[in-house]
Write a protein that binds this ligand. Structure first.
Ligand code: AHR
Length: 504
């Protein structure tokens, strides 16, 4: 039978916070160097920022951009990254076994955001791996205090008269992970995060703070970690973080296509854990979720790299984690976006990890072009058309069997109603072989026009955009979609497809 659902404005999930269309720039591989920053590139501006990349980032519709890590932040010394670029120290980056030149730093990051436009917002992480409360406060004072103290005057002397106005701060990164420099137990981290949060609020009570949750739902400490960290920090932080990356295991594409089943359960389990601690504390406050790293990531390629690289080498801006995404990857990626939107009531910050070159929607060549990966398109469409109120979509869908998640729906969908009353349906057909007929009943929505049905699918699900063929994959209009006068939308979703259906 066809997949079906009903849309009704009386049944909603919540308002989309534009911050869920965030991304992430880490000092990792070529994300910064030859990614966003490349003095001498034909398109570089006076600050060495690649304007071809700036244009693509604007088109992508990215809002909040997290910086400078990631694992990198656990060795980060903010003071290395400010002042005259030629005087900045070269450091070992333990996280990615690279040499960090600090040629690009805090001021350049803020300049990059300002060039992107007003929708771009900083999200700065402090180092709670090898550093602590004092250094977080110094960074906050340097960045945000107007003037008249040694550190704020230093920023002014460095050429940044206006404070950076950073509101959103991550209290460390993945502190639950044994790979993290300065890894801690939940008790140790919970105390440190609480003390850092308390002190940062002494400078500015209005900062918004993100405590580290788990690096994935499969961490052995998952849920217990969140509970212990929140028991220490509940009144002091606004968000708890979630990170998740997906890839096929042992060629099991059917489970890979259902990755959002894991993502949605992860979100729901973290919400339950937050609310459990809130109930225990008899608190009216709700902790929101910052899904500040998510993507498809073939970690197997990274593991292979570490196995085959000479450990004596500390290269500058090496090629790391440069996954080239297929159409199939983009369909899974779109489904992950749907999972975030379906939980817009509690997921109010999210960052696609990452922005350029490193598991990214944009690829560049040093001295050469920049181009859109397959995953660029679902993100850009969701950011453009996924603003407004998420409608509660309960699908009645044919199912298929997966090894990892049991029976899963072939249809994964959500819908967002914009302020002007128009509605956009985002839908994925997870079937690798069969088209999926879709029927949507529209109730009380006053929609009369089918504006567009755009589909990302390909006869070759392995098709990708490459340096040699950068425009091989792009969305195309779908055939046969109709909207009847009595409010019934019918469509056929191609096998393995990401769909955007706009109604007005
Ligand atoms: O995004 C790549 C890495 O993944 C980040 O540095 C880290 O936080 C996570 O493990």
């Amino acid at each position: 039978h066809p997949a079906r659902f009903t849309l009704d404005p009386a049944f909603t999930v919540g308002q989309v916070n534009p911050r869920i269309f965030g991304s992430f720039v880490e000092h990792l591989g070529r994300c910064v160097y030859t990614g966003i920053h490349e003095p001498g590139h034909p398109t570089a501006d006076a600050e060495g920022l690649r304007t071809d990349v700036l244009d693509l980032v604007r088109e992508l519709g990215v809002t909040t951009i997290r910086y400078p890590g990631g694992n990198f932040v656990s060795g980060y010394k903010w003071e290395d990254s400010v002042g005259p670029a030629e005087d900045r120290p070269r450091r070992l980056d333990l996280a990615w076994r690279s040499t960090e030149t600090n040629r690009f730093g805090l001021s350049e990051y803020i300049a990059f955001l300002r060039k992107l436009g007003p929708q771009a917002e900083p999200m700065m992480a402090v180092n709670l791996g090898t550093r602590g409360v004092a250094e977080a406060l110094e960074l906050q004072e340097y960045a945000n205090h107007p003037a008249g103290t040694t550190r704020s005057d230093l920023r002014v002397a460095h050429g940044d008269k206006d404070p950076f106005g950073i509101r959103l701060w991550c209290l460390g990164n993945e502190m639950d992970g044994p790979w993290q420099t300065g890894h801690k137990t939940a008790e140790e981290y919970g105390r440190l995060a609480a003390e850092t949060a308390r002190a940062m609020r002494q400078i500015d009570p209005d900062v918004e703070l993100v405590a580290c949750g788990s690096s994935s739902q499969s961490m052995p400490t998952f849920a217990d970690w969140e509970a212990k960290v929140l028991a220490e920090t509940y009144d002091l932080v606004d968000y708890i973080s979630l990170h998740a990356y997906y890839q096929p295991h042992d060629g099991d594409l059917d489970s890979f296509l259902a990755s959002a089943v894991d993502m949605e359960s992860f979100i729901e389990n973290v919400v339950a854990t937050c609310d459990h601690i809130g109930a225990r504390l008899k608190s009216k406050k709700k902790i929101d979720l910052s899904f500040d790293e998510w993507n498809v990531w073939y970690t197997s390629h990274w593991e292979e790299h570490t196995r085959t690289t000479d450990p004596g080498e500390w290269p500058e801006a090496p090629r790391l984690l440069e996954d080239n995404y297929s159409v199939l990857d983009a369909v899974v990626f779109g489904s992950l976006l749907i999972a975030l939107l379906r939980h817009a009531d509690r997921v109010t910050v999210a960052c696609l990890a990452q922005l350029v070159n490193v598991i990214a929607p944009i690829l560049t060549e040093p001295g050469g072009p920049a181009w859109r990966q397959t995953t660029f398109f679902p993100f850009a469409q969701a950011s453009k058309h996924g603003r407004g109120e998420v409608l509660d979509v309960r699908v009645d869908s044919p199912t298929y069997e997966t090894k990892k998640y049991g029976e899963a729906d072939l249809l994964h969908a959500t819908a967002v109603r914009a302020e002007d009353g128009s509605v956009t349906v985002f839908a994925v057909n997870r079937s690798r072989t069969e088209p999926l007929p879709l029927e949507v009943a529209l109730s009380g929505l006053d929609l009369t026009a089918l504006v567009e049905h755009s589909v990302l699918a390909d006869a070759d699900p392995d098709a990708r955009n490459t340096l040699a063929d950068p425009e091989r994959v792009a969305p195309h209009p779908a055939d046969g979609t109709t909207l009847t006068a009595d409010g019934r939308l019918t469509a056929t979703l191609e096998p393995l497809s990401w769909n955007v259906i706009r109604l007005a």
